[in-house]
Design a protein around this ligand. Structure first.
Ligand SMILES: Cc1cc2nc3c(=O)[nH]c(=O)nc-3n(C[C@H](O)[C@H](O)[C@H](O)COP(=O)(O)OP(=O)(O)OC[C@H]3O[C@@H](n4cnc5c(N)ncnc54)[C@H](O)[C@@H]3O)c2cc1C
Length: 743
């Protein structure tokens, strides 16, 4: 039977797979092999095991990590004046640099034995989040040495000698690192770089030494202008066969002290008015001994794999932290401002148009914070979930963009006029930086998330692809033949599950124990997990390798996977928090918005599927009744908006990453006005009942003389009026760059 099957089914199938399989380059393969799959694989199994996620528990901090966040991080935030950094000095002060070095901010992830802090990904993320709510420039400056900066590569791949030399110097800031991958020719397609080295002998410390002569031009390199050591990626060639037969040895990564002869460190770029250091650098015939390669000579050609492995975890920390901080800042300040700013005689936050936007901001902050927490928890456990971290990178930065745009619109002129009291404008300007770096978002969304997710998370596909690329055809047939029955059974189960849940609206899908009335959301999650799994299976079968080029389809399918991930994290966070009923509006808003997005994406896939009848067939199988979950209702939006316009534990929980400890700064002025306004709300109510709506000095005096309020109340309401007046002011300047009094 097996031989007959091999002859008549498996062999022709293998031939077909070989034909439709997209060509996979070495660099794509390395990206595909970097890191691992995790909850993403559960979501693409059609039957996620929720206990795996819920039993992870919430992320925790050690006493030392907590003390660091409450100590040096708070102190640093107090020292930071982002206006001065960005507009007056265009630079971070020497005092802040020294503080960062002295307190080992550049060694957050470096183990204690090498002089670093040895903190967990969760602690690392919370530190970057808090700093980013104060200054993106300082946030990025701290972030880079702790992500792709050579520290992480050294810890994972360095030789003992390299670790002993560099890690202590990086941890205390004696060495400032940067990492050079991007060049003018090679941006998103970094592996196509023309920067190259040639194996040769040269003079090193007066001795003839085996090494490489390297030429490069890098640009956009963060910390480049101040770096003392450059992590450098280049392609290595051995035309004289000094090392062996092969001439093209592949992408290699070395550590190059920036004072090496032939290295030129360029002047600064100015990225979107952010003051963190960033610039180009060049190398002209720079001789690099083999021992400068990270991990030594045996790591020649392993550079791309090393970078992809580092990014598999790093993408889940740096930019998601910055984005979560930004979204929390938007939620806290915009809720407060919408409450205190009055137009047409009432708070602008009472207008429904504004409420809808406030709800979006609150929802984004809740989802991002939940996903950030869950992802760093997984990283704490030593996982390197490559697809999940790509989801986080793209969707956290995109969420930041939406939240900040809405926050800017609600603040209107208050956030447009730049100056020391504007706490949003600089975050708004920094958003495109976050969107572009570590894998620009359009590419990440269109090519990576589903492209990698579908293949890597599939229980059999990767093995089938390996069978198809086996140079021994007979062995390939046997490998594929062993997989076929299992794959077929998987397809049958997926079809049954997706159809059943699709046709019954998820009514009979299961839910984990102990989740209370959030069970209905888990049921829908299971339903759409099954639907996505089936749609993936059918898409792969009908389009094969063509799916890679159909970016509009694969981006939408990636959006479904991403939504499922973000929503899983949101459910987990609600569960971890003890299912507080006060937070329910946030959960409801996030779930309804997420399911709505999923349905829109799926229906767009069905309508635009390149093989028309297959699209219609998938529609019929999985969503025969069309949209079944409505977007968040206006009632839910109002409830969410109100949560960020009133002081409460929920508001504090939602925005706990925001630094608030700088009396008199823009954020504090708005926060104080907000708190006073709530404290004096009953007095204001009395005035309104008496027909006095204004908070002007005359109006308050009129209320007092008429006996509507007493002397003490009059003093209190005047104090509120002053605080609100201060909060709505913007800065103005005598002449360019010179600030005069506000008002
Ligand atoms: C402020 C800043 C700091 C940086 N720091 C560093 C650093 O420290 N080290 C370093 O090496 N690099 C750094 N970079 C470089 C950064 O990683 C690149 O800018 C990024 O990879 C994009 O390259 P590019 O700007 O040349 O855009 P391009 O590659 O020209 O891309 C342009 C657009 O096309 C899209 N695109 C490209 N290919 C595809 C595709 N196949 N499918 C869909 N869309 C696609 C992209 O998403 C993007 O929207 C930094 C960049 C900036 C702006």
């Amino acid at each position: 039977m097996s031989t007959l099957r091999q002859k008549w089914i498996t062999a022709p199938l293998l031939k077909w797979i070989k034909k439709v399989l997209p060509p996979i380059s070495d660099t794509e393969r390395a990206a595909m092999e970097a890191g691992e799959v995790w909850w993403d694989a559960q979501l693409l199994s059609g039957k996620p095991d929720w206990n795996q996620l819920l039993e992870m528990g919430p992320p925790t901090l050690t006493d030392a990590e907590q003390a660091f966040i409450e100590g040096p991080v708070e102190e640093l935030c107090k020292m930071i004046d982002d206006w001065q950094i960005s507009y007056e000095d265009h630079d971070i002060s020497e005092e802040i640099w020294e503080f960062l070095k002295k307190n080992r901010f550049f060694g957050i992830i470096i183990p204690e034995e090498f002089g670093g802090l040895g903190f967990s990904p969760t602690a690392h993320a919370q530190i970057v989040t808090k700093i980013s709510t104060r200054s993106t420039s300082v946030g990025v400056t701290v972030m880079v040495p702790n992500s792709l900066g050579p520290g992480e590569l050294l810890m994972a791949h360095g030789t003992d000698a390299q670790k002993q030399h560099y890690l202590p110097r990086l941890a205390d800031g004696r060495d400032i690192p940067c990492f050079g991958l991007t060049s003018p020719e090679a941006g998103s397609d970094a592996a196509s770089m023309v920067d190259h080295g040639v194996v040769c002998y040269g003079d090193y410390k007066g001795e003839k030494t085996l090494g490489m002569r390297v030429n490069w031009h890098k640009r956009y390199i963060t910390l480049g202008p101040v770096a003392t050591v450059l992590g450098l990626a280049f392609k290595l060639y051995d035309p004289d066969h000094i090392l062996g037969e092969e001439e093209e040895l592949g992408i290699t990564v070395a550590l190059v002290p920036t004072d090496t002869e032939g290295v030129t460190i360029g002047q600064r770029h100015l990225p979107a008015m952010q003051a963190f250091m960033n610039g180009p650098n060049w190398g002209k015939d720079v001789f690099i001994p083999m021992e400068w390669i990270i991990g030594g000579q045996e790591n020649i050609g392993h550079g791309w794999h090393m970078l992809m492995s580092a990014l598999a975890a790093g993408r889940g920390i740096s930019l998601p932290s910055l984005s979560t901080g930004g979204a929390q800042l938007a939620a806290r300040t915009t809720g407060a401002y919408a409450h205190i700013r009055e137009q047409f005689g009432i708070s602008i936050g009472k207008f429904e148009g504004v409420q809808r936007r406030l709800a979006e901001i609150a929802g984004i902050a809740y989802v991002l914070d939940s996903a950030h927490k869950t992802t760093t928890r997984a990283l704490d456990q030593g996982r390197k979930p490559a697809v999940v971290s790509a989801i986080m990178k793209a969707h956290a930065t995109n969420g930041l963009r939406q939240a900040i745009n809405d926050a800017m619109d609600i603040h209107a002129g208050k956030a447009i006029i730049d100056g020391p009291s504007n706490y949003l404008g600089n975050v708004y300007r920094a958003v495109p930086v976050a969107i572009t770096v570590e894998g620009a978002n359009i590419l990440t969304r269109s090519l990576m998330i589903f492209g990698q997710g579908a293949i890597r998370c599939h229980p059999y596909l990767l093995q089938e692809m390996e069978a198809a690329t086996n140079p021994d055809n007979d062995a390939g047939v046997k490998e594929l033949d062993a997989l076929l029955p299992k794959h077929f059974l998987f397809q049958l189960k997926t079809l049954g599950r997706a159809m059943f849940h699709g046709w019954t609206g998820g009514l009979f899908a299961s839910s984990p124990k102990g989740v209370g009335d959030a069970a209905k959301y888990y049921r829908q999650m299971n339903r759409y997990s099954a639907v996505l799994t089936l749609v993936t299976e059918i898409s792969l079968m009908s389009l094969g390798g063509e799916l890679k080029r159909k970016e509009m389809i694969s981006a939408r399918l990636g959006d479904v996977l991403s939504e499922l991930y973000l929503m899983s994290c949101t459910l987990k966070r609600f569960h971890d928090d003890g299912s507080p009923k006060e937070d329910r509006p946030l959960l409801e808003f996030a779930m309804r918005s997420g399911f709505h997005n999923i349905e829109v994406s799926l229906i767009e896939v069905f309508h635009n599927f390149p093989v028309r009848f297959v699209g219609q067939f998938m529609h019929f199988l999985t969503m025969p009744w069309g949209h079944s979950i409505r977007a968040a209702s206006d009632r839910q939006a109002r409830a969410c908006a109100n949560l960020i316009m009133e002081p409460s534990d929920t508001r504090d929980r939602l925005t706990q990453g925001v630094f608030l400890g700088n009396p008199g700064d823009g954020i504090d002025v708005v926060e104080q006005a907000f708190l006073k306004s709530h404290e004096t709300a009953p007095i204001r109510e009395k005035m309104k009942k008496a027909g006095i709506r204004s908070l002007s000095v005359d109006a308050v005096e009129q209320a007092r003389t008429k006996g509507v309020i007493n002397d003490e109340e009059s003093a209190q309401i005047k104090s509120t009026a002053e605080a609100v007046d201060k909060a709505i002011q913007v800065d103005h300047f005598d002449s360019l760059g010179e600030q005069t009094a506000k008002g």
